[in-house]
Design a protein around this ligand. Structure first.
Ligand SMILES: [Zn+2]
Length: 471
């Protein structure tokens, strides 16, 4: 089955066909973090969505070049740099490394390229120069440069491709300097912001005076520098659709670098909002969580990743602490089944793949219907447990099932749980219990079982002997 993705540009699910004539290489760009704070769980939903898209494309045999920018200069960063009195790089470096730690904790694959905006100033300046030369941008007396919506529309281009804009009802023609602006206004936006005293040492030279880039131009310049002027997939949260992504299109297509008949981006994918405990996340409501907050509550990155991966990306998802408890239980069920299969399979080499793989890819081909994929996986767990209980599986069945699971997990990335080492005192008790059983001292054996239970361990008697497991 062919992969279909919902393209915001066409507002429909379209078959995914990469620009590469050989149908192999895929360019994927995800808007990355603005490193002025720790990323929150809503941000992580989007980054995990990006990770899923990349992993699934690789599963389908594509060769993906995954780029995620690091916004390390913008209004919010400059404000915080001013407040902290730290040099820019030192301030952003802390949050940048925290971001990569979190990415790892959530088992997201590291994007192949993670360009920093501050290291692409020449590309940004050159793109602005092209827009000025084409008459789509203008300079202001203070040494800033702005993108002209009116000129862009006048050139026959459409502003408002991802969102429908009603120019009659919107305030048009105002100019905004800030990176984020009101959704009810269509405004000329800053490409280059002339240095002001509040910027401190955060500025770079440019042909039209010292200053810094606007946020939107950073993504246009870096994505085109690394993926070419026309690439396959651009992802982000739906809150970035307007104005950020709309402005990215205007800048990138305005510079007219694309080959004849090609767009800046072929497929735009947007992830839906995340609610937390049924409400929009906010610090005042107490439902605002960074990944670190949740890890501190005792949840694992694996459980959080699993929960964020249970709903399809285009659906609003309600993230709850109760849901995280449920994730813990669901993963235990899965782990238990896999463990039994591993014991049964031993060293047997898999010869075939069961139908599970097909069900999995049929679901994900349908615009990444991951809820359907999980449904198939847990049906399979139930069936497998039944067959295991009936002794209806042999080693080669088990090996085939495990091989299929490994392939699925290359997409899901929930992996195996970390092996829990058995402490020496627990191991000694287990040995004593086995010795008691051998000596037919069942009273003593039961007493040891109770003692282990009190210490948080349970005994499982398996064909290969007894072992202990964490309760
Ligand atoms: Zn962006």
């Amino acid at each position: 089955m062919a992969l279909k993705l919902f393209n915001t540009l066409s507002r429909s699910a379209q078959e995914f066909v990469p620009l590469d004539p050989a149908g192999k290489r895929v360019g994927l760009y995800c808007c990355g973090p603005t490193v002025y704070d720790f990323a929150h769980i809503g941000n992580w939903r989007t980054f995990i969505f990006g990770d899923l898209v990349r992993r699934y494309l690789e599963f389908k045999g594509f060769s993906v070049l995954h780029v995620m920018n690091i916004t390390d200069v913008d209004d919010k960063i400059i404000k915080k740099v001013r407040e902290s009195n730290l040099p820019l790089r030192e301030f952003t470096g802390t949050f940048e490394s925290a971001f990569f730690d979190d990415l790892k904790a959530l088992n997201c694959l590291l994007p192949h390229q993670t360009p920093r905006a501050t290291e692409h100033i020449p590309e940004i300046v050159s793109l602005i120069e092209k827009l000025l030369a084409r008459g789509l941008a203008y300079k202001t007396p203070d040494g800033s440069a702005y993108f002209s919506i009116e000129k862009y529309r006048g050139s026959g281009s459409q502003y408002g491709q991802l969102v429908k804009l009603n120019f009659d009802e919107m305030r048009v023609g105002e100019r905004v300097r800030t990176d984020e602006y009101a959704k009810e206004a269509v405004a000329d936006f800053a490409l280059w912001k002339a240095r002001v005293p509040e910027d401190g040492q955060v500025f770079w030279p440019s042909p039209w005076g010292p200053g810094r880039p606007g946020w939107h131009i950073e993504c246009s310049a870096m994505s085109m520098a690394l993926l070419g002027p026309s690439f396959d997939l651009h992802l982000g949260g739906e809150d970035l659709m307007f104005p950020h992504h709309e402005d990215e299109i205007a800048q990138s297509e305005g510079a007219a670098l694309q080959p004849q008949g090609q767009r800046f981006v072929k497929y735009w994918l947007h992830g839906a909002h995340l609610l937390v405990e049924g409400k929009k996340m906010s610090k005042s409501l107490g439902n605002f969580f960074t990944l670190r907050d949740l890890l501190a509550k005792g949840f694992t990155g694996r459980e959080i990743r699993y929960l964020l991966l249970t709903a399809r990306y285009r659906e609003t998802f309600n993230f709850t602490l109760e849901g995280l408890q449920g994730a813990h239980t669901a993963l235990l069920r899965l782990d238990d089944c896999l463990k039994k299969l591993r014991e049964l399979a031993g060293d047997t080499i898999a010869t075939d793949h069961p139908a599970l793989l097909n069900q999995f890819s049929d679901s994900l081909d349908d615009d990444l219907n991951i809820a359907g994929a999980w449904g198939a996986i847990f049906d399979w767990v139930r069936e497998t447990n039944k067959k295991l209980a009936e002794n209806a599986l042999d080693a080669s069945n088990a090996a085939a099932a495990l091989a299929a699971w490994e392939k699925l997990d290359s997409v899901l990335g929930v992996g195996s749980p970390p092996e829990v080492a058995v402490p020496p005192d627990i191991a000694t008790l287990l040995e004593a219990r086995q010795a008691a059983r051998k000596a037919k001292d069942f009273k003593r054996a039961d007493a040891i079982r109770d003692e282990l239970k009190a210490k948080g361990w349970t005994i499982e008697d398996t064909p290969k002997g007894a072992r202990v497991k964490r309760l």
